[in-house]
Write a protein that binds this ligand. Structure first.
Ligand SMILES: *Cc1c(COP(=O)(O)O)cnc(C)c1O
Length: 392
């Protein structure tokens, strides 16, 4: 276990903590100063020297991006690619999977909307079939049902580790054991889990994992990352290739890079890459165990405080819970609750059924308030937040 978080220090690194209760970490967390400085300093260098010259000067840090993610996810640096978002990272790998007409892909109702829409397009384009694995009594993916649903044409499973729309954590490792046993490709959307939970790709057993910079990693917006297992990535033809991904050999052919950077594009937001690298280094210095322990404790306290309020319903399910706490206030539309809280200095977001179209419970509810805590939040903020929710 890493030592407990020095809350005073991380709050000093996050000046906005003084003026706002930021419970919108599942939307975009507050960047700590070292992250913001990495971005701003590079933009300034571009201004002073020119974009190419600044990039050349930043080469060591840009290379460290891959080492930092390898350390965070327990993989090799050549299995990591930079992406502009989690969605594009996921797309680059999933649109490259070797799927043929009649192949079946297992999904779950916690799937993020963008992933689901992409699968619908692939179903139409390639003639693949999607099979929806049911949830167990706790609302997480039913691993026994998953195993029973595997047939001769089942090729892949895609899962969202921590759904965007409720407080559960899907049993990613148990799904990984089933995927490996049956030789299925396993794609994990770790957009809400990397940065709040320890995520080790070898332990989970996924072949592909995608995530974003701005959420629990506390990186800049417009950044993301992709992991693809080495043996698999060398067989995948990315849906788009350019001169970063490949080299034209002059004989009417091109040669793809052998590492995961075959999924990258030539041009990118260099300052953003540097900011995301700084965010990963900041997290590694704190320790993912300490981060997870504090988020889990704060989220439990928040659920407890909200559930004790008259008229407030907490909607989270799951055996293991995440830092995302969803609730509604009786007789008040979630958009109004969120606006009322924002006006009094507390940031939350509203989760809508469109973000997770297969989630039947959320469809009945249509929307819910989504509050999400990070390690830099405090017990005092949880108490103050509950008071604000109650003060209609
Ligand atoms: C936010 C989110 C995404 C999309 O991330 P982007 O960086 O906006 O593309 C994907 N999956 C889940 C579970 C998310 O919460």
């Amino acid at each position: 276990m890493s030592p407990a978080i020095d809350v005073a220090r991380v709050r000093r690194d996050t000046p906005a903590c003084e003026s706002v209760i930021h419970f919108n970490n599942a939307g975009a967390a507050l960047m700590p100063d070292p992250v913001a400085h990495a971005v701003l300093a590079h933009l300034d260098l571009e201004r002073q020297r020119g974009g190419y010259e600044a990039e050349a000067a930043a080469q060591p840090a840009l290379e460290d991006f891959y080492d930092a993610f390898a350390a965070l996810l327990g993989c090799a640096r050549d299995e990591i690619a930079y992406a502009e978002s989690a969605t594009r990272a996921w797309d680059m790998a999933v649109y490259a999977l070797p799927l043929a007409p009649g192949d079946r892909v297992l999904t779950h109702d916690s799937d993020y909307a963008s992933n689901h829409i992409a699968l619908l397009q692939l179903a139409r384009r390639l003639g693949i079939e999607l099979d929806l694995v049911p949830s167990d009594a706790a609302g997480q993916i039913d691993v026994l049902a998953l195993e029973r649903m595997i047939g001769p044409r089942t090729r892949a499973i895609t899962l969202t580790h921590v759904p965007t729309q409720n407080g559960l954590v899907n049993p990613a490792e148990a799904v990984g054991r089933v995927a490996r046993k049956h030789g299925l490709l396993y794609v994990l959307d770790a957009c809400q889990s990397v940065g709040q939970l320890p995520v080790d790709v070898r332990r989970i057993g996924c072949h592909v994992l995608s995530g974003t910079g701005r959420k629990f990693l506390r990186g800049p917006r417009g950044t993301g990352f992709l992991y693809v297992e080495r043996a698999l990535l060398q067989t995948l033809e990315p849906p788009f290739v350019d001169m970063r991904a490949a080299t034209a050999t002059g004989d009417g052919r091109y040669r793809l890079r052998t590492d995961a950077r075959r999924f990258e594009g030539w041009e990118s937001f260099v300052a953003g890459r540097l900011g995301l690298r700084a965010a990963v280094r900041y997290l590694l210095a704190l320790g993912t165990d300490a981060v997870a322990a504090r988020i889990s404790a704060l989220a439990a306290e928040l659920r407890h405080a909200l559930a004790a309020l008259p008229g407030v319903t907490v909607h989270d399910r799951g055996v293991e819970r995440s830092g995302i706490v969803t609730f509604t206030v009786g007789g008040e539309p979630p958009t109004e609750t969120a606006a009322r809280l924002r006006a009094r200095g507390a940031n939350v977001s509203v989760t809508a059924s469109e973000a997770a179209p297969l989630d039947a419970r959320l469809r009945r509810l249509a929307t819910a308030v989504r509050s999400s805590v990070h390690y830099y939040n405090t017990e005092a903020e949880v108490a103050a937040f509950a008071t604000l929710v109650a003060a209609r």
